[in-house]
Design a protein around this ligand. Structure first.
Ligand code: SF4
Length: 382
């Protein structure tokens, strides 16, 4: 059983036992990966497109950007964002010298906008210094945790460090048919990932583990027949591998309705505000609005919010669009109405700044995904 081989190998790591079986396990995964790897990941290849040999380094900059993008998004989605980013900001010097607004524009559509700000902050710290070569050196930078640090170092320098992203947790939980959610046993999962790591090809081994999780040991329908480890997998032996990893019962997400006003002035400009830096979507631009109170009509909500947040009176007119959007911790419904500015000089009472802009200028500002759909609707009707 692989369960035995992992624990035996863990013991070997701790100096107690020496078994060849765990290296066979790593070797079988690498043999599978040599045939079935996900090709065409540009930050994982040399400039000539060839995969690096164990003694060849890759540029950590592109890997770092990709790893931060991949913290919340799948590989297939990240590809075009990464290409665009590397065209506009090809080096850490370019990133450090860029404005935060420009960085946010490159990040637009990926969500979790504080990550873009942290990349920008980290670039200021990295400029003129050699790339960190230790986990501690990377973790000291904003926005980098242990698995991102391990992934950057093993990918760039073939450093023998384990990783523990969502794909890896799922594979390990199934191999062991682990009876508790991985989040509750992080140290144990790290020890398994470390015990399995191939000492000669850690870069390839980590990528192989992620590729196995993404292409074979998938969340709902694992293709166990194609898996190099199925003969040693406890979840496969149990007959229903998709039962793992175990999860805690999900909490229902709170739901809120947000009234949003697209406020026009007499010359056809619309009013946008920039959110405060702190909190969700910090620093992004948006159309003003806020939460609907119990028993309040959406028109009254918009009029009240614009009075409270901007100090203006508006006439709420026809509905423009309704947009539903889910975040990890809540679901929102944005009900958007066009508004006519009646009186009051707009003040940024709950934001960093306000701007009147023509609708066609809106694409020059970084907006979160829900607002991007509002802009589409606005441009379609104008
Ligand atoms: S045998 Fe199936 S469940 Fe087990 S690791 Fe392989 S794909 Fe995942």
């Amino acid at each position: 059983m692989l369960t035995d081989s992992i624990s035996d190998h863990t013991a070997r790591v701790h100096g107690e036992v020496d078994l060849a079986q765990a290296s066979v396990t790593a070797a079988s995964l690498l043999a599978w990966w040599d045939e079935h790897r996900r090709a065409g990941i540009p930050w994982k290849t040399l400039p000539n497109g060839e995969p690096p040999a164990p003694d060849q380094d890759l540029d950590p900059y592109g890997i770092w950007i990709a790893e931060v993008m991949l913290q919340q998004t799948q590989l297939a989605v990240v590809g075009p964002y990464w290409q665009r980013w590397m065209t506009v900001l090809p080096t850490v010097d370019d990133l450090a010298a860029s404005s935060l607004e420009q960085v946010r524009l490159q990040w637009q559509g990926l969500g979790y906008y504080s990550r873009a700000r942290r990349l920008h902050e980290a670039a200021q710290l990295l400029v003129g210094r050699p790339w960190p070569r230790t986990v501690e050196g990377w973790i000291a930078l904003p926005g980098i945790g242990r698995t991102t640090a391990g992934s950057i170092l093993s990918s760039a320098f073939n450093t023998p460090l384990p990783i523990l992203d969502g794909n890896v947790k799922r594979v390990l939980a199934r191999l062991q048919a682990h009876p508790r959610p991985p989040a509750r046993d992080q140290a144990l999962f790290w020890s398994w990932s470390e015990a399995l790591l191939d000492a000669v090809r850690p870069r390839d081994f980590n990528q192989a583990l992620m590729d196995l999780g993404a292409t074979v040991c998938t969340p709902r329908h694992p293709a166990c027949g194609a898996c190099p480890w199925h003969g040693s997998c406890a979840a496969y032996a149990a007959g229903d591998p998709s039962r793992w990893p175990m999860t805690d019962a999900p909490k229902p997400l709170p739901f809120q309705v947000i009234g949003v006003g697209v406020v026009f002035n007499a010359v056809g400009e619309v009013l946008i505000d920039q959110r405060l830096e702190e909190g969700l979507l910090g620093g992004m631009w948006e159309f003003p609005g806020g939460k609907q109170e119990p028993g309040e009509s959406i028109e009254d909500c918009i009029a009240r919010e614009l009075q409270e947040e901007l100090g203006i009176a508006v006439k709420v007119k026809e509905k423009l669009i309704t947009v539903d959007h889910s975040y990890s911790h809540k679901k929102l419904r944005f009900v958007v109405h066009c508004c006519e500015w009646v009186s009051g000089d707009p003040q940024p009472l709950a934001s960093q700044q306000l701007r009147w802009v023509l609708p066609e200028q809106l694409t020059d500002f970084p907006f979160p995904a829900a607002n991007a759909r509002i802009i589409e609707a606005l441009l379609a009707q104008s």
